[in-house]
Ligand binder design. Structure first.
Ligand SMILES: [Zn+2]
Length: 572
């Protein structure tokens, strides 16, 4: 492609609304343009990148034995109601009504549609296992779409669904997909980390997320991993080995203390000169129609996903000021378990072993010292509600310690069990003649997300550094003086000959200063730059520069094509 005929609208400045480096670069380098919140045009360079990622993913899916299909974007409400998810997913689902006032939605995932498809068509164990996949646009009505393609409302995904007769076969299908994911991401140029994830609204019995580790703000997820075994999990999922300490202090008299205006842990513990772990937070939530108080040590952060999973609720939000006032008789910040009525207490394990701790007094501007259970309050439900922390002990092995990293989720895998096959009545006949529901799995790769994750992972101050496998073009040729016919002639010849060898080449034939061309080449991130310049012409050489290492070579004009290809083959 010649730049003069291409459509690469590079920008000089960062767009105001972009926070992440990858979002800024994709805008500035002319890859994407915003249409409305969370919805983008993919321009020609982006289209090429997406095509390459798609091809790699498709090849690895096909190699794994999965079969490609295309399911609709538009789904009838009925199948989602049948699975029970119409109410669970709620506002994240894009919904619309047709001219007959029938409800439809735009798919964010296709478990319902694919289960409905095979229902009655796959009938015998002999037809199993089956793996059906598609690569298609998806929709999710994010509360706050941002970060470019990272948290968009419309995006492209590969989603696959497996159907197996039993757990053993399902385990094989699952591992088969995990292997395909490692191959696909490695081919895209990524190192990927597989971590245990929460099953969330998918339901089911187990899940993994595939993360690109980054050290930028783009690392939206924290993951914890063990420094001595292979335990790794998302922050939503991660646990750690609890210390199980039980205090043997004498129970002291409960005492009310005046703590005017002190609502935060820091304020209260600073004022009382106590460590945060001597305080117990009482967090009031509305969980569907119920009010729940979660009790957790003052130095810990609550993991709301663990609370949701324990309660089995669809919606969890902090109770509003009015509810807190009604239940505790106090402003927010002074809640405690003592004489707290009409509220279900859910208590973190660590609180069990504490003695003489501090809680809110259910009275504005007051706390209690020396609160103890079961003397001052009773509870029946203890559960792990804690966020993991680096430095805590590994939950799996004996001596390991947890470490943390930041990552971008680019893929996920779920063991769904029979959740969808049972609710939608999708059964097969097994060897013994019995009718059984399919054991299912579901597997996603974010194609658009992977593209942006690559930019977040691979960039420098000058722009994007694409891994060769997913770069829009492999080589860019620049001539520095557009009024020098000899330069143009040589550049055009190299362009034709390299293309003839099957290499994707961009020729910067614009009537621009050399500096502008160099800047743009770095910005759009082409792996190899070939420069036909004044000095080189005199010396009979072209300069070749590798984008990701900065390594420069001189190649004789007489054997330029072979020399360039030799260097290009070594580029990652
Ligand atoms: Zn470990």
């Amino acid at each position: 492609m010649k730049w003069s005929q291409a459509y690469i609208p590079t920008l000089r400045d960062d767009p105001a609304e972009a926070e992440l480096i990858s979002h800024k670069l994709l805008m500035r380098a002319g890859y994407i343009r915003k249409v409305t919140a969370g919805v983008y045009n993919y321009l020609p360079l982006m289209q090429r990148v997406l095509q390459k990622i798609t091809n790699i993913v498709r090849e690895e899916m096909d190699r794994s034995g999965a079969l490609e299909i295309t399911m609709p974007v538009l789904h009838p409400a009925e199948v989602w109601q049948a699975s029970g998810r119409w109410d669970v997913i709620g506002r994240e689902q894009m919904r619309l009504q047709d001219r007959h006032n029938r409800w439809l939605c735009l798919g964010a995932t296709h478990e319902e549609i694919v289960t409905d498809l095979i229902k009655g068509e796959l009938q015998s164990y002999r037809q199993l296992p089956k793996n059906l996949y598609q690569i298609q646009v998806k929709f999710r009505d994010e509360i706050r779409p941002r970060f470019g393609l990272m948290r968009g409302r419309e995006f492209i995904m590969k989603d696959a669904y497996t159907f197996d007769r039993d757990e053993k076969s399902q385990e094989k299908s699952y591992q088969n997909m995990v292997d395909a994911y490692f191959r696909a991401f490695e081919r895209c140029g990524f190192e990927i980390r597989k971590v245990e994830g929460d099953t969330g609204a998918m339901g089911g019995t187990g899940a993994h997320e595939f993360m690109v580790i980054v050290d930028t703000d783009g690392g939206e997820s924290t993951i914890y991993y063990c420094d001595s075994c292979d335990y790794a999990a998302t922050d939503e999922k991660a646990g750690f080995r609890e210390h199980g300490e039980t205090s043997d202090e004498e129970m002291l008299e409960r005492e009310e203390v005046h703590t005017p205006g002190m609502k935060t842990i820091e304020e209260v513990t600073g004022y009382l000169k106590l460590p945060a772990k001597k305080l117990v937070k009482t967090l009031l939530y509305r969980a569907d129609d119920e009010v729940v108080a979660a009790l957790i040590r003052g130095d810990r952060n609550i993991n709301e996903v663990k609370l949701v999973n324990y309660l089995g609720c669809n919606n969890l939000e902090m109770a509003d000021e009015q509810t807190v006032m009604k239940l505790t008789g106090a402003d927010v910040g002074f809640a405690g378990p003592y004489e707290l009525k009409d509220v279900r207490l859910v208590v973190d394990h660590e609180v069990k072993g504490l003695r003489n701790f501090v809680t809110g007094a259910n009275k504005t501007d007051y706390h209690f010292l020396n609160v103890n259970h079961p003397r001052d309050f009773k509870f029946h439900e203890t559960v792990d509600l804690k966020m993991a922390e680096a430095g805590e002990r590994c939950p799996r092995c004996e001596n390991g310690k947890l470490k943390s990293d930041r990552g971008i989720e680019v893929g996920n895998t779920f063991k769904l069990g029979t959740k969808y096959s049972s609710s939608l009545g999708a059964n097969f006949i097994d060897e013994d003649g019995n009718e059984k529901p399919f054991i299912m799995g579901s597997y996603g790769i974010g194609i658009t997300r992977t593209a942006q994750a690559a930019v977040e992972r691979f960039n420098d101050k000058d722009g994007i550094i694409w891994p060769k496998a997913i770069a829009p073009y492999g080589i860019i040729i620049i001539y520095t003086n557009s009024s020098d016919d000899k330069q143009i002639e040589l550049a055009e010849r190299l362009y034709m000959e390299l293309r003839g060898k099957g290499i994707e080449v961009l020729l910067d034939d614009r009537d621009e200063r050399a500096g502008v061309k160099f800047k743009d080449a770095d910005l759009i991130g082409i792996p190899l730059k070939v420069v036909v310049g004044e000095r080189g012409m005199k010396e009979g050489i072209v300069e070749v520069k590798i984008r990701n290492t900065g390594e420069a070579h001189k190649v004789n004009i007489t054997e330029a094509v072979e020399g360039i290809i030799r260097i290009f083959e070594k580029v990652d």
